[in-house]
Write a protein that binds this ligand. Structure first.
Ligand SMILES: [Zn+2]
Ligand SMILES: [Zn+2]
Length: 302
């Protein structure tokens, strides 16, 4: 069940940036928003940030001094639209004792330290990441392997088909889960069986549906998919709700609303992600998870 007012132990999602490639701006982009990828995820009190696009600067302003002392940012990959909010993230400027940890999985185990340091240095940017008051830690892992954080939190990951690779994340909490699958280009045949297994039965899949099938012939090979392919994957894998994400900056509110109506005729729980839209998934009781697992003949997990 998706609720607007969440209990303190819900799995919560809020979109801070939903555009792909670059920002959109103007009166025709008001409903869906303008910032590039950034999503706030809360597992109860525990905060995760998915990607550090320009939406991160808006989220940082909202967090302000109340931001946690340790902040974990899971990076899908390092293309500019996914990292350009990082130097403008207010909590990095406010407290010396704050630690900001990045996790990067598409560089064969290397962290994002070297590429980020290259980008955030003169003459490209006046301040180095290491000169900010907060301390940055950069962790590398291999996409496809589980990511285990220092407090024991386990996050499943998947290598996505994108130029240079990208990492998909599956975050679970109290019997609920969300999957972040951006940036990705669909394969032929589709759905890809291993990706379908990765997102199977999740409560929410956030999917790179930057284009429509009608547009795809001229953007083949760019590393992005279509909202129709997102629906196909969702329906084949028992995904309960689908958020189309990484929206093309040329698609205005009218276009997206029409596409959303078309999509909902096929999958009523699918929608185009909107900036600042918040969703909450209440915990599922252990017995219910066990019953579900029994029905699906898979081991029960929480
Ligand atoms: Zn992107
Ligand atoms: Zn990309």
């Amino acid at each position: 069940m998706i609720r607007r007012v969440a209990s303190s132990d819900a799995l919560q999602v809020r979109f801070w940036g939903i555009r792909g490639s670059t920002c959109a701006s103007g009166p025709q982009f008001v409903e869906f928003g303008s910032h590039t990828p950034c999503i706030e995820v809360r597992c109860g009190e525990r905060l995760f940030i998915l990607d550090a696009g320009t939406g991160l600067s808006a989220f940082g302003s909202e967090l302000g001094p109340a931001a946690p002392e340790k902040i974990d940012i899971l990076l899908s990959h390092l293309h500019l639209d996914h990292i350009s909010g990082l130097p403008f993230f207010k909590p990095a400027l406010l407290a010396k004792e704050r630690v900001i940890r990045t996790y990067c999985g598409h560089l064969e185990g290397e962290s994002a330290m070297e590429p980020l340091s290259r980008l955030f240095s003169p003459p490209l940017f006046p301040v180095r990441l290491g000169q900010l008051p907060a301390r940055f830690e950069h962790h590398g892992f291999r996409a496809g392997e589980p990511l285990i954080l220092d407090d024991g939190t386990r996050i499943e990951t998947h290598l996505l088909n994108h130029p240079g690779g990208a990492t998909g994340f599956r975050i679970s909490h109290r019997g609920r889960s969300i999957c972040y699958v951006s940036d990705v280009e669909h394969s032929d045949p589709w759905p890809d069986p291993s990706l379908a297994d990765f997102v199977r039965d999740t409560d929410l899949m956030i999917f790179d549906g930057m284009f429509s099938d009608a547009e795809y012939s001229y953007c083949r090979g760019w590393g992005h998919s279509t909202w129709q392919k997102g629906v196909e994957l969702a329906q084949s894998a028992g995904v309960k709700a689908l958020a189309i994400f990484h929206l093309y900056p040329g698609h205005d509110d009218a276009f997206l609303k029409a596409a959303e109506a078309e999509m909902q005729a096929v999958m009523p729980t699918a929608f185009m992600a909107r900036e600042r839209q918040a969703l909450a998934f209440e915990p599922v009781e252990e017995e219910m998870v066990a019953d579900r697992a029994k029905a699906a003949k898979v081991p029960a997990t929480l």
